[in-house]
Design a protein around this ligand. Structure first.
Ligand code: ZN
Length: 459
């Protein structure tokens, strides 16, 4: 009997270790720099690939992610109607350049894929400077950088280059070559689903349509991949869905194909611009007071760093689609410096040096902490609500009056908060917010009280 009991205890212990629990969180945080380095390595592999909203660049990128997670790849045919939009023709490109009359490549796609106006139709022609200029795009405000520009729903061709290079161009006969195709094909996206105990889902989205840029948004792609990877090893209460989609058209496509699944979505976050050195920023959901909004703000408030909170606004990333009025899903966006607020945004300066492993690691750990809150945000009822229970006789209170912490290292103030507020109505997140004590402290206190039979779980 002793052996059977022992192995039973062992099974319980193993199960505990594999749950998304405080211990798992602490382990993950202590390893976060290692994850940060691995995420940066993955980013370096993805960086050179020319991605767009469709095409082989997306397929190649997703196949690299498949080395880390069991990603399902979905293809949706060009011409498919998705709500008010139509899946466009598929775009692919192998090479592009501008040569001067001496045969020198003065603009070369092989050096930076940002040089081509993304979705350019093919061209193979000779022309003078004047004609060429109407197809050249620069940003005079950042004269050293190549801007990132697209022409998805308007069939034309063009090149992007630094304004300084543009100013040096002389009258000449230029050879212009873009080896691209724009044909009936499909839109490609990736989806990873992990079943939890509940059908209720947490959805994490990122976009995989930007060519060689890191913060916007390879940072989102690698963090989402590593979150999915680490969650695949543990038991969770919620089910988790990770979407690797082209921005806007991909979100619209996914929503139009999955309307029946939307009732399961309880929380959603869009990961973007997540690896720069700036403070964390949380953009609230459309309603602004969902559990996800409270959970993220609680995590940021209890971190030791400054952060920004922004109300919802209807421009930005894919929260625009998830928070459109017919769906109005509880979707926020947790990022670092918001798109458009850093000068490297949508330029060749958003590169592998701009994004650092330590900031990827920090954002990653904040997402894990948000998951920890959501997974453990339960309600309890105090089973001894007539005055305070006598904690001392249960070993939960300091034995010598005046001693600061008790022997078990339990935060007594957190115990009092949990006991007082556990009337079946307040969740642990509510108690953390009221008490200004971290969620983990409150959760650990609830665990101790539950073991001492002083609490009962409500939901
Ligand atoms: Zn962007």
């Amino acid at each position: 009997i002793f052996t059977i009991l022992n192995s039973y205890i062992l099974v319980i212990n193993l199960k505990y270790e594999n749950n998304l629990d405080s211990e798992f969180y602490v382990d993950t945080i202590s390893n976060s720099q290692k994850f940060g380095n691995e995420m940066h390595e993955l980013m370096a592999k993805l960086f050179p690939i020319c991605r767009s909203i469709t095409g082989d660049g997306v397929r190649k990128s997703l196949s690299i992610l498949k080395n880390h997670i069991d990603l399902e790849i979905i293809e949706v045919k060009s011409g498919t109607q998705v709500f008010d939009w139509t899946i466009p023709k598929e775009w692919n490109i192998t090479d592009a350049y501008i040569k001067n009359s001496k045969g020198e490549k003065i603009v070369d796609f092989q050096k930076s894929n940002l040089h081509v106006l993304n979705y350019s139709i093919p061209i193979n022609n000779k022309m003078n400077l004047d004609k060429l200029k109407s197809h050249l795009f620069t940003n005079p405000n950042q004269p050293d950088l190549i801007p990132y520009l697209t022409t998805y729903y308007n069939e034309k061709w063009g090149f992007c280059l630094s304004h300084n290079q543009f100013l040096k161009l002389k009258e000449d006969e230029y050879e212009v070559f873009i080896d691209s195709t724009l044909e009936i094909g499909s839109l490609t996206y990736g989806e990873y689903f992990k079943k939890g105990k509940l059908d209720d889902e947490i959805v994490i989205t990122c976009y995989i349509c930007h060519p060689s840029m890191c913060n916007d948004n390879l940072s989102g792609t690698v963090i989402a991949t590593f979150l999915a990877k680490i969650l695949s090893n543990i038991e969770t209460r919620y089910s988790y869905r990770f979407l690797f989609i082209p921005e806007t058209i991909g979100a619209i496509t996914w929503l139009s194909k999955n309307e029946s699944k939307l009732k399961n979505i309880k929380h959603g976050l869009v990961i973007t611009c997540a690896g720069d050195s700036g403070n964390l920023t949380y953009k609230k959901s459309r309603k602004g007071d969902h559990e996800i909004d409270k959970a993220v703000q609680n995590v940021l408030k209890n971190s030791s760093s400054d952060y920004n909170i922004e109300d919802f606004f209807p421009s930005g990333s894919d929260e625009r689609q998830f928070c459109s009025p017919a769906f109005d899903l509880p979707f926020g966006s947790l990022m670092r410096t918001r798109y458009g607020k850093f000068s490297e945004y949508h330029t060749s300066a958003d590169n592998l040096n701009f994004v650092k492993a330590e900031f990827l690691a920090d954002t990653f750990s904040k997402y894990i902490e948000v998951f920890l809150v959501l997974e453990n945000n339960l309600k309890f009822k105090n089973l001894n609500p007539k005055c305070e229970p006598q904690l001392g006789k249960r070993g939960l209170y300091r034995l010598i009056g005046g001693q600061k912490d008790n022997d078990a290292g339990i935060d007594e103030l957190a115990l009092f908060w949990v006991l007082n507020q556990s009337d079946g109505k307040n969740s642990l997140l509510d108690i953390s917010n009221k008490s200004n004590l971290s969620f983990i402290k409150i959760k650990n206190s609830a665990d101790v009280l539950l073991k001492a039979n002083l609490l009962e779980m409500i939901n």
